[in-house]
Design a protein around this ligand. Structure first.
Ligand code: BGC
Length: 265
């Protein structure tokens, strides 16, 4: 394979921005600047597919896209829409994007994508035992790993905690909406992490999403949490990188079906 054959377009569909970059999937490095377009309001399937088309065109890209989706996804089909337009529920994302962009797409939950990137290239590299990624943004996303292997779609941001859905109580969107100080918000977030550590006993918790860049503002208020907590090494790029990695790996797994030249005999 030439260097170019390891490069995939990773796209992260977030609450405020849809971001894409070309990624060298062997190293996790961005080979281009990140291109960001504001998430359309409402974030319907049609509007977002058009945005993704613009991103693919921006990079003049025709290969397989890796998309990190802020929702649980089973075999390419969106299962729930907590923070995105309801038109996504039941959508076959690869089919939608094939029509919009002409490209094949691999779709993965956004927290799973970010966690995958951290396990490969970030703080989770060489981690043995259980690793937990928690992304903090419009919602709370989670990804659970054991010895680097992902259990997809864990959705622990939707756990009920103190009679509320956890992400409605401790997300970054809630911090902004309720105008909470970092200290007040971090007390909530710390309790949530403590609840998770009592359920899963992780060796390491990695914080992703926009809040990974602000870690020093709340780190000292997380003292209730016994597990080591680190901000994502790849910061807010983790989702894009993980989506691109997933795209190349799925492509390699399905190579016989996609490559008519390939003879398994
Ligand atoms: C969604 C998750 C997603 C998280 C972060 C939640 O509302 O249900 O699938 O990972 O937000 O975007």
């Amino acid at each position: 394979m030439s260097n170019q054959e390891y490069v995939r377009l990773g796209i992260d569909f977030g609450g405020s921005g849809i971001k894409g970059a070309l990624i060298d999937t062997r190293t996790g490095e961005l080979t281009t600047e990140r291109h960001r377009i504001q998430t359309p309001e409402p974030s319907t399937t049609f509007a977002v597919a058009q945005t993704i088309k613009h991103i693919a065109e921006h990079f003049n890209y025709q290969g397989r896209i890796g998309l990190a989706m802020p929702a649980p996804v089973q075999a390419g089909i969106v299962q729930k829409a907590a923070n995105i337009d309801k038109s996504w529920i039941g959508t076959d994302v690869p089919a939608l994007l094939k029509e919009a962009t002409g490209c094949e797409t691999t779709v993965i939950n956004d927290a799973d994508a970010a966690g995958l990137a951290e396990m490969r290239f970030g703080h989770g590299k060489d981690l043995r035992g259980v690793g937990l990624m928690v992304t903090v943004g419009s919602g709370l996303g989670t990804a659970l790993f054991t010895n680097g292997v992902l259990l997809p779609n864990t959705e622990l941001g939707h756990l009920h905690y103190k009679n509320k859905i956890a992400e409605k109580w401790a997300s970054d969107a809630t911090r902004k909406k309720e105008d909470l100080s970092w200290k007040k918000w971090a007390k909530r977030f710390g309790k949530y992490l403590h609840h998770l550590e009592k359920l899963f006993y992780p060796e390491l918790i990695i914080i992703g999403g926009g809040a990974s860049k602000k870690f020093e503002k709340y780190e000292s208020y997380l003292h209730k949490v016994k597990t080591r907590v680190l901000p994502a090494y790849l910061q807010n790029h983790a989702g894009i990188i993980g989506a691109a990695v997933e795209a190349i790996e799925i492509q390699q797994e399905t190579a016989p079906a996609e490559d008519p030249e390939h003879d398994p005999a």
